[in-house]
Design a protein around this ligand. Sequence first.
Ligand code: ZN
Length: 434
Amino acid sequence: MSIDRNRGMWNPHEETLTKEEKRKRDEKNLVMIFKHAYHNSQFYHERYRKAGLTAEDIKTFEDIKKIPFLRKPELQEAQRKNPPFGNNLTVPINKLSDIFISPGPIFEGVVAEEAEAMLNARCKAFYSCGARPGDIVVNTFMYHMVPAGLNIHLGFRRLGCTVVPTGVGQTVYQAIIMRDLGVTVFTGTPSFLAMIGEEAKNGGIDPRGNLKLELGIFSAEPLPDSLRKSLGDTFGILARQLFGTADLGTVARECPEERGMHIEESMIMEIIDPNTLEQVAPGEEGEITCTMPHKLASPIIRFRTGDATILSEEKCSCGRTSPKLRRILGRVDQLVKVKGMFVHPVNIKSVVEKHPDLGNYEVLVDRPHLSDVLTIRIEFEGTGKSLSKNLEKAKKELEKEFKEAIRVKAVVVLLQKGSITESKEKIVDLRKME
Ligand SMILES: [Zn+2]
């Protein structure tokens, strides 16, 4: 098949809204979902009344700041107290089209109308990642007890693809199925496809020569550039990712530019400072917080996901106008504020992992006098593979790279191999020990 996987959009109208149009739509949706939840969900009604809000208090987009945030443990607690839905169900249970279970466990009711909105979001995401009508897709996401498998299945079907529900496991058999059916798209985790590649080779199947795979759409795990490249080399595929959660569905997806993930347009997203709960500016790290206007049966309003990201409003060459999540930085509770900036250990790890010259490392933050000092102690081999052999020069090179990755100056201390017993991926905060 020689199709252009890099052009066009599934829903050009939605995907090219101007900032003003989007804000107008968000405002209308916010007022609607707030009123709906206030009047029809006992859970939200009690919550908002307690906060002193009436159904008429949310009139403009700015009013979102009046609405209390919601965290997953609160939903879990509500469902424990008032099973099964924690009083957050706006229709009788037998009017639901589906009931999903997300990790927690949390029951989530869905009505047909919102199932349609979810399908639209998935089609936009899969198309943006490069899938096209006529593709044959193996869906290796789990089909039972989680929403992922079924929802992804239905999304590809709506897009016009042929879907093979293989689910998880059966590594060798997956490769045989892909070969025999001429599968063109793999969807699942990147580590699973890497494993299939290995097993295929062991079983005499050449992942490039014997398979017709052209595209991998990955989720549920990060896709670092190195893995994107190695999967591309092994299978001869485009490797693209999307970000979704069991509670929210598709949150953001990559596009042909492969530099960040466009936010799903139907969602009202805020990136907040987890300490002050204020919205942060684009380019700053913060927690993904979502309001889902299309979730009518079990509303989700100002839901703090616990995932950290950086928002980018830079114009994208693909033509989609929604802002991008530059990447998912991991869990927000691992963020450490240094010199007023959030630093996430994942960013430090990403630099260390680029260099074969480096070994174990540890990260310390301290405040010896009045200002914070971030120190990264790393084992250094000095083989000249990716950094200068000269200790002083290598240190300078690394300090420059860390500055770019974390936007805070770090002091690099290079040590002999064997000096650090194992990599400490968490930042040790010595300031708290005072
Ligand atoms: Zn784009």
